[in-house]
Design a protein around this ligand. Sequence first.
Ligand code: AKG
Ligand code: FE2
Length: 284
Amino acid sequence: MVGNDIHKARSLGRAARVTHSSPSVDRWAATLRERGYVLIPDHLPRDTCVTWAAAVTELAPAGPEPSGPPPDARQPYTIATSSRTVPLPDGAVAEFRRIGTPEADDSGVVCIYHVDRLMPALTQLRSDPTVAAVIFAAGGEELPSRAFKAFVHASVRRTQGYHVDNDGEVCYKAFFALTDIGEAADGAHSYLPGSHRARWTKYRNVLRNTMRADRYPRAMDRIPASAADTVLCRAGSVLIVDVNGIHRALPQADGRVRVVLVNCFDRSDYPVNLDPPVRVTALA
Ligand SMILES: O=C(O)CCC(=O)C(=O)O
Ligand SMILES: [Fe+2]
């Protein structure tokens, strides 16, 4: 992690060579470099997004959740052995997170992989040129889209705590809000600004994790919580996040529903993603 962070500090320090740019893209990219995240408000028509949110929610299979997992069996497209997947048409997959363990973090989250295969109207978002241009301008390299999925959070009372997604590999996520996120209790995204750079806060957590075998190695729960930003926005906004920084989705109050689409940008050789990279051209 340290080596990656040092490499990254160098590349964040260099000015990116951007051929296709605009004043807004430059401004958003500067914020992304500086804070580790940037919100582009009202990027898409709100009404369209609200309609999509209802359609995405409908995609999650009705009826009882799939039955409990056998111990230690982890399927493709699951983040934990206690998650279970259900195949959907056209190669899409619904992941029910941490079923049978209602007290576990992220229990109740439904993730729909390849959601664009089921809703072709969403394909354009995977190739959103503004998002690609901002990521390109911030990081100085054109990254492919390695995954495109939807998260449906409905009354998810316990979410995964503050964490980083990896050990410092180049990785950005664009979250398209399909529902209004007007309060923290809607399940807003929370981000510790500046934590995408090498920070003592991060290493203190790493140290703590290495001393306790039962801890998730990328957990970052020892942070000054009051220093974290809660990102509120209307449906149609897009939040671009450098997931080397410390972040989480906040827990929801009962009855709240948050639907977001997530476009994951990683280098082509990043091993975690299952799907072939999709090239997204950063034309502003
Ligand atoms: O849903 C969110 O706001 C954050 C989820 C998250 O941590 C991730 O996708 O890496
Ligand atoms: Fe994350």
